[in-house]
Design a protein around this ligand. Sequence first.
Ligand SMILES: NC(=O)c1ccc[n+]([C@@H]2O[C@H](COP(=O)([O-])OP(=O)(O)OC[C@H]3O[C@@H](n4cnc5c(N)ncnc54)[C@H](OP(=O)(O)O)[C@@H]3O)[C@@H](O)[C@H]2O)c1
Length: 151
Amino acid sequence: MPISQTNQPRRTLLLTGASRGIGHATVKRFSAAGWRVITCSRHPFPENCPWDAGPEDHIQVDLADEANTLEAVAEIKRRLETHELHALVNNAAISPKAEGGKRLGSIDTTMDVWHHVFQVNFFAPIMLARGLVDELKAVKGSVVNVTSIAG
Ligand SMILES: NC(=O)c1ccc[n+]([C@@H]2O[C@H](COP(=O)([O-])OP(=O)(O)OC[C@H]3O[C@@H](n4cnc5c(N)ncnc54)[C@H](OP(=O)(O)O)[C@@H]3O)[C@@H](O)[C@H]2O)c1
């Protein structure tokens, strides 16, 4: 079933963690359905990516960095010329592992690591939603927070 009807105005999705994994598959799926997808990740847009709209719709941001995340919000608002955002998908997340791939525990994980994890996985999604709430409200947009059992 198509995600959007072709006779509707083009919808816009902001997706974090678009460079690989579930995020990359999400970009492909929504683009194929006619959505404009604005992507976010730490890496620049790869030159070998066969995406027409890619570089113009890619925001390079480190969501672990609060100031950089706020700059990205401002840049995203500039790129949303119609001031409309139909969906914010907070997909980027990290789950650092201990030696041997073991899950980190509360006791043996340093506070620096906890702060880093919470900034990327928890505070950055809140900052994006707060920063883009007007654009989301304008079209009754949705916020989708992707998480994992590790959360
Ligand atoms: N894979 C699974 O089995 C699984 C299971 C359950 C839930 N999930 C959830 O699904 C989501 C995606 O998982 P995945 O396995 O597809 O992830 P992944 O392959 O590890 O990719 C993570 C994405 O997040 C971006 N990212 C990481 N740190 C970032 C930062 N500081 N700032 C900006 N972007 C950052 C990465 O891009 P850059 O490296 O370019 O920054 C990458 O695009 C996560 O929320 C995860 O918790 C995954």
